[in-house]
Design a protein around this ligand. Sequence first.
Ligand SMILES: [Fe+2]
Ligand SMILES: [Fe+2]
Length: 278
Amino acid sequence: MFSVVQISDSHVSPRITHFNANWEAARALLPRLSPDLIVHTGDATLDGADMEADCAMAAAGLADLPAPLRVVPGNHDVGDLGAATQPPTAARIARHERHFGPCVWTEDRPGWRLLGLNSQVIGAGDGGDEAQRAVIEEVIATLGPRRLAVFLHKPMFLDAVEEGPVGYWAVPPDVRAPVRRLLDHPNLRLVASGHLHIARLTTHGPATVAWCPATSFTLGGKLMADARGGDRRLGVMRHVFREDSVETEVIAIPDSRHLVLDDMIDEIYPPAPAAAGS
Ligand SMILES: [Fe+2]
Ligand SMILES: [Fe+2]
């Protein structure tokens, strides 16, 4: 048995500081959870896609955690596929890796393989996308009897693998083929993501589908009309890996303050369109 604490969407910055205190509160919680591994599922920065200082601050806050750390990038860290102003370029990804380590990684533990993916390049059709597809195939080819857990920023899907377009909120349906290879695998037991700033636990066959809440803020009804059955709350997630299953719980962050982006979007992400804040 081992445990992974998942943290997500801390959105820290030395320029726009609204969410830094909540990140410090989350950091203070981590030693009490005694994790064997910590995984940050992206948007560690407010605007690391363009601001080196945001990357530096987020990386400093992740440098002295009470367990080994893995990070996958979010849209605010490396950009977003199809975004006119911040596409996930090789330069942005290289900067992220300089601060946070590889965007795509595997961690083998007894009986388990953990896989971190860069959701921001799925479907890009470029070298990064192709390299990641090769990693996925290699992971599947060499998995053996191990169980599999996948971490990424954007959910692989929202409510159903076969759903139509869901815009900004998940890996686009027309490019889900690589993640379908993982979703279809009988050894998959966990898919853990961030990005929605919502806490939700559902299932996909024998796998838990975990939406980790943010440490920073939630989105209210103006920016996200439908919470899709999840909870608009802050927190972290603890995943306890057993022989053939994962037990997941949402843990509140003591001393955090529930901030709602709707009230401050014009200041935080100007002139972001309504759905561009998470
Ligand atoms: Fe995000
Ligand atoms: Fe976010």
